[in-house]
Design a binder for this molecule. Structure first.
Ligand SMILES: NC(=O)c1ccc[n+]([C@@H]2O[C@H](COP(=O)([O-])OP(=O)(O)OC[C@H]3O[C@@H](n4cnc5c(N)ncnc54)[C@H](OP(=O)(O)O)[C@@H]3O)[C@@H](O)[C@H]2O)c1
Length: 266
């Protein structure tokens, strides 16, 4: 089947579900009519009907109309939602993808019919602008549906397949990481204001500088230190500022924060 003919439902269109919905609706290749969005209270997603998306409170109906089921409810609700839909799932037709942190593939398998392709995916909120980093793992049956699942997540950014043991670490870097980078950006802007820029100008400079630095690494595949060496003239202002940040624990505090998040999640 041409992958764009696969129909998808997003069960639980809250923050993350809506980010994925936005990414798919904006995609000119994928028909919005193939998307169903569910939620118990529909007011916040009614506007998507104008794009052709079908919305409903009925998860069982949504499953019957879909091939790929993305479960985007809070982790503590995942198993009860799966319990409601499990009798309507067919391993020959359906693929289930859970976005819940810390609900493992074996728990999902126990709650669902045998031989069903089951995935865990960990996108981030940049799905909203098609720049998510999504880490994906799967059960044995999922091997046959890798292309399908990556097709959807690549529409909202970039995806990688990893072993499930690495999912917690990937969640800290890829999902908590959004907040870490945003706080770094905010601190840069505050520094910029202190040295004379207005907030709007500082924000424009910092946002594009961060994006450009990331693009340099993504497009060239270089090590960050290689790019840093290019900017740090001996005795110049960049190395002085950078070393002052390091004396105050920049790298160390980032690493400690990442490990603290990991200890909490795992
Ligand atoms: N936020 C992130 O960056 C991020 C990243 C990766 C993974 N995740 C995972 O994504 C999941 C969702 O997180 P979130 O921040 O998007 O949560 P959220 O904003 O609370 O969204 C969950 C939605 O599920 C709906 N819901 C609850 N019960 C339902 C049911 N029985 N049927 C259909 N819809 C139902 C709720 O709307 P109603 O009350 O109207 O039903 C709510 O809007 C979590 O499992 C989280 O671990 C989040």
């Amino acid at each position: 089947m041409d992958l764009k003919n696969k129909r998808v439902c997003i069960i639980g269109c809250g923050n993350l579900g809506k980010s994925i919905l936005n990414g798919l609706v904006d995609d000119t290749d994928y028909p919005s009519e193939h998307i169903i969005a569910t939620k118990r209270s529909l007011a916040a997603i009614e506007s998507y009907e104008a794009h052709g998306v079908r919305i409903t409170t009925d998860n069982v109906w949504a499953v019957g109309e879909s091939d790929v089921i993305i479960v985007a409810v809070k982790p503590y609700k995942v198993l009860s939602v799966l319990n409601d839909i499990k009798e309507h799932l067919n391993p020959e037709k359906h693929t289930v993808i859970s976005l819940a942190t810390n609900v493992h593939v074996n728990e999902l398998q126990e709650a669902l019919p045998a031989n069903l392709p089951i995935f865990r995916a960990m996108p981030n909120t940049a799905a909203d602008v098609k720049e998510s980093m999504t880490s994906i793992c799967h059960n044995e049956a999922g091997l046959s549906e890798l292309k399908t699942v990556q097709y959807f997540f690549d529409k909202i950014g970039t995806s990688i397949i990893i072993n499930e043991e690495l999912m917690d670490a990937a969640t800290v870097l890829g999902s908590c990481g959004t907040a870490f980078v945003l706080r770094f950006i905010r601190a840069m802007v505050q520094g910029g204001i202190q040295i004379g820029l207005d907030s709007k100008t500082a924000t424009a400079i910092v946002n594009q500088t961060v994006k450009g630095a990331a693009d340099l690494l993504i497009e060239r595949g270089n090590h960050p230190e290689f790019e840093i060496d290019k900017v740090t003239t001996p005795k110049g202002c960049t190395i002085l500022g950078l070393n002052e940040m390091e004396h105050n624990g920049l790298s160390s505090s980032l690493i400690k924060g990442i490990v603290t998040s990991y200890d909490k999640i795992s």
